[in-house]
Structure formats: C-alpha cells, structure tokens
Design a protein around this ligand. Sequence first.
Ligand code: HAM
Length: 424
Amino acid sequence: MIQRPRGTRDLLPPEVRLWQAVEGVARDVFSAFGADEIRTPVFEATELFVRSVGETTDIVHKEMYTFPDRKGRSLTLRPEGTAGVARAWIENGLSDRTHPLRLYYLGPMFRYERAQHGRYRQFSQIGLEVIGADTPLADAEVLAAMHEFFLRLGFDDLVIHLNNLGDPEDRVRYQEALRTALAPRRSELCSDCQRRLDENPLRILDCKVPSCQAVAAKAPAMDDVAGEASRQHVLQVEEQLARLGIPFVRNPRLVRGLDYYLRTVFEVISPKLGENTVLCGGGRYDRLIADLGGPAIPGVGFAIGEDRLIKVLPAAFREAVLAKSRLYLVPLGAAAQGQVLELARSWVREGVPVEVEVSGRSLKAALKRADREGFRAVAMLGEDELRAGSVSVRELTAGSQISVPVAALPGWWHKLIAGPVGKH
Ligand code: HAM
C-alpha cells in the first residue's frame, strides 16, 4: 500500500467542513477590513526565502523542500507566505496602487520539520499583510482584524504576546549584548545554539530546548537596548490595543523564527496547544521589500496556522458547522425514481440541500440511515404522494410526520432550519 508522505494529512469529510467554514469567516472578516485576496505560487526561487526569511534561521537552514527543476534552477516549496507576497508586490508593480494595500491569503506551506503533534510538513496558513503604511495604527489595525477573526469563531482563551524587536541598527547592538551575556554559558547550550551564538544569537531566545530556555531567561531584553523610535512605536501599538480592549502581554523573550521582522512582533498562544505550539505569528517588516530589490515600502502582517486553529476550535462553532442540516429524499417505487432527481433539482435551486437515496434502500433502511447520520428530515415520495403532488416529510428530532405540497417544501425547510435547533 502506498501511504501519504510523513507529516502530511488527508482532510476528510465531515472535518473538511470546518476548514471551509473557518476560511469563509477569514474571507468575510478580512475583506470587511478592506483586504483583497492574493494567490501566489506554491513554489518560488530558493533565493527568495534565503534573502527574506534569513540564512541562519531554522526554516532556511534545515526545513526547506528545495529541488532543482529540469533546467537546474533551484526552487523551493514555500515555507511561508510573506516572502511570496512581497515578491509579487515588487514584480507586479503594486507600488503604483493606492497605499496601503491590504492582502490576505489562504493556502498550503511546506517545512521539513519533525512530524509531531500540531507540526506538519504540509500545513495551511491564513495570512493578512498590510503593505505601505509604517504607522503604529497599521499594526493595531492588523491586530484588530486578527482579534475580530478569532472572536467570530468564538475564542475567548487566546493570549496575544507582543514584543519590540527594535530597528535593524538596534539589532546589531542587541546581538552583541546577547553574545557577551551568553558566551560564558556556551556549554549549557544545545549544539544548534552553540552555532547560533556565533551566527545569530537572537535565535537562541527562540530555542525550545529547556536548558537553552533557562539560559535565555537570564539574557538582556531587546527593549533595554532598542532606540527611542521603535520603543515609542510599540508603545503606541499597545495604547491602541488597550483602547480597543484587546488584551495582550508584553513578552521580552519573543523574537520569532524569521529574520525580516523589526519593531512590533507578536504571537498568539492557545492554552489548549501549549506555549511551544504557536497558533499565529506576525509582525512588522519594513525592510523586506527593499531587501528583495524593491522600493523602501513598509509592511506588517501575520499568519495563523489553520491546522492548529481547527484543532482548538471552540466547541459551539464546531458543533454548529458539523450539525448536518440536510434533507434526505427517498423515492419509493419505479414511478418515484423517475421523478426524484427533477424534484431534488427544483429544491436545490431554492437553496435546500437535498441528498437523494440513489442506492435503492428500502424505506426502513433509509430511515435507519437517516437516524444514524443525523439528517434533519426525510422526505418520502411514493405513489400516493406523486398523485397528490406532495411529499411526506418526517422531522427526525421531533419524530413528527406531515404532508407538504412539493412547491411548499422549500419554504417549510427554511423555516425548519431557522428554528432553535440546527441553526447555523
Ligand atoms: P510563522 O510563525 O513561521 O510565521 O508561521 C505562522 C504560523 O504557521 C505558526 O504560528 C503556526 O501556527 C503555523 N505553522 C508554522 N509551521 C507549522 C507546521 N510545521 N505545522 C503546522 N503549523 C505550522 C510566518 O510564517 C510569517 N510569514 C507570518 C507573517 C505574516 N509575518 C508577517 N506576515
């Protein structure tokens, strides 16, 4: 038997309905905040990620799916979405459009990570980027859109962690401060962090190995080294959040696993996932587009891990989506078989989701199936019904059976599902 590659998943019904529902909410909320969707390729030139995400990050260092194409060009399956959006922005001359441009995206990303709980090699992100505004207000707007999305799904237990990563000039000083502080404890660090100490000590703060986290806990904070401009910037973002009643905590150890960030960075933690399995990450990246050869245009955004989001989805949202509100239409006898599809089509056109019994089940077997699979109602079409131009409908939760004229069925159905049970 050929099996799916390690770290990938098949999304099966009915769970896939949750994905569709969540994606629908994302589209609704982000477009209400003025964003449009962007779709970029799933693979890009390898160089794009090396230059944006950063050579010394784990993603580029050991997690990319990189391969030569038939002409020997090095391509990489995208490990994240921001670099592709920035490349598309430059390549399509989007700087000519009115600023800022708000763009959202949904889709698969690829990282060769150790497959484990909540960590996949193909996973999906839902992201939002606001390109062309450098104000704290833009950061706060992005966070507000994110918060609104989570609220819409019914979350009430998420925690936003926020930090100031300083400006690139501050970063050089901070790297030095970290190197000086951590060098005497080199032997307590994992082998990766010993390398990071020389290459990019900031990454040590992001290491998940407990002994490294213990060392990192004593390291100086970026905000102590950062210049006034970035500190003021992040302070103003915090003021905006406070005004909106969006709770957050300042986390001085938050550095993120990608190199393009400066100033505001944030992550969203769910108590159901644990601190090391982040639900959403983002921040400001004002030099990214220039570093990729474009104009000096600032940006800010985030991406939510959709696989993880589905895992911790609030029960009420999950149940509402999964409650099967479909009508099961059962033809009884040859004459009904001849009419049933036409009838189903006319109801479908009026917005009734109809599943026709096409495998010839007896009425008894069909009713048993309807019960087992949680259908809301069964419509039966036999010879008497055909003659009367009606169907016999059994509402399964109530157990009642009535006769409804064929033309009146859509109205009856819409009233039924608008009621207190099965509403979503
Ligand atoms: P990131 O923190 O690398 O940021 O990824 C964002 C989210 O993707 C994570 O918080 C997590 O939920 C999910 N994720 C990452 N790796 C995996 C995995 N192996 N399995 C399952 N889920 C995963 C970025 O990618 C940035 N591009 C975010 C951003 C947008 N910053 C500014 N704009």
